[in-house]
Write a protein that binds this ligand. Sequence first.
Ligand code: PHE
Length: 443
Amino acid sequence: MANAPREQWSSRAGFVLAAVGSAVGLGNMWRFSYLTAENGGAAFVILYLGVTLLIGLPVLLAELTVGRGSQRSPVAALQHYGGRAWTPLGMVFVAAGFLILAYYGVIAGWTLRYGLMAFFGGFSGVSERFEDIAQGPDAFSFHLAFMAITIAIVAGGVKAGIERAATVLMPLLFLMVAGLAVYAAMLPGAEEGYAYYLDTDFSGILSREVLTQAAGQAFFSLSLGMGAMMTYASYLGRDANLPNGSVVIAGADMGIAFLAGLAVFPMIFALGLSEKVGGSTLGALFITLPEAFAGMGGVGRVVGLVFFAALVVGALTSAISLLEVVVSAAIDGLGWGRRRAALLSGGAITLLGAPAAWSLGVLDVMDQVANNVFLLGGGLALSLFVGWRMQDPVGEARVGARGGRGFSLWRALLRFAVPLVLLYVLWDAVPGTLRAVFDLFAA
Ligand code: PHE
């Protein structure tokens, strides 16, 4: 155990900004709008809202409760409440941090590069070159640069590093996304973009596959199932209102995801590039949209710069939380100093990202494994832990909260509804993911 006193956020707002920073990231701007457009528009938004309320919010509150209550990093926190038998789950969380950040850093590296392109030369021709930009030594170099920034911030500490970064970056991110949505609304053809995005089709959402995607997206977007929110909550004081915090975090995460979709689709439609939206989630962001920016001339460079700057900022505050899970575990478990922990674990993660930087196929499989196995599986284990194993989670969650209604519903959801839905979804998602892993190695 490190003997320095445990760091804390300087204010409740600092915590909320950092947690929203963790939640809002590439998941919001990259996958949410795409899934929505593909899967029934407004109907998918309603399904997603339902999944967030029924599954996401209870697990988020569970993570905050374990973190704040134990004042420890995930491995030690689970041991504190569950005994030695639960430490492996904490280790799985740390492994998930490694895996996700390794490929997340690669995608973040692309966004960094696109931002610089907007600044220095514009986007003409990028759409044909995407596969070269996304794979190879260049992709690795930008991943390295992005990871260096992430490591530097985490090494700075909870207050002076993470909280300070979030306090500056999150308001900026919100302004950028809101500005883009307003700009997009004024474009000719905006209505067609909205129609494509939100065109309601309820027949699309009643399949298990779509439910799986909605659940996976909710966990990824809210940073759940791998201890990130737990770690951040461990730096909270006992006076924090956890239910309140959960609602604010989930609301901000959904709000920004929705807003980002309002920005993306009108821009694509204004330039008549709609037939190029399908294909892949990445395609819309890194191929079609830059093409749209290139077609807008000088304005396109400014809009593109703002857009990719927003992506970089969102990715950075999320990457920070992924690294912090690993770093806090190394500080608590190995007794390392923060700087050493940040540098060594961040360095190892950067190297683990190399295969993803060299191959889009590897990156895609890492993403599937992270989502479908680690986050959903981690969420299942966590709901069982808090629902069945932890003594009196309601007593702990209630500390600092006003009012007492809703807590027994929360516990019942964690005990029954959340595990059942997650089992149903995992049953579907895991075999397909294993097949993808197998195919990758067989190829
Ligand atoms: N929530 C982040 C996003 O939407 C990704 C993330 C997942 C961050 C898990 C931390 C933990 O981009």
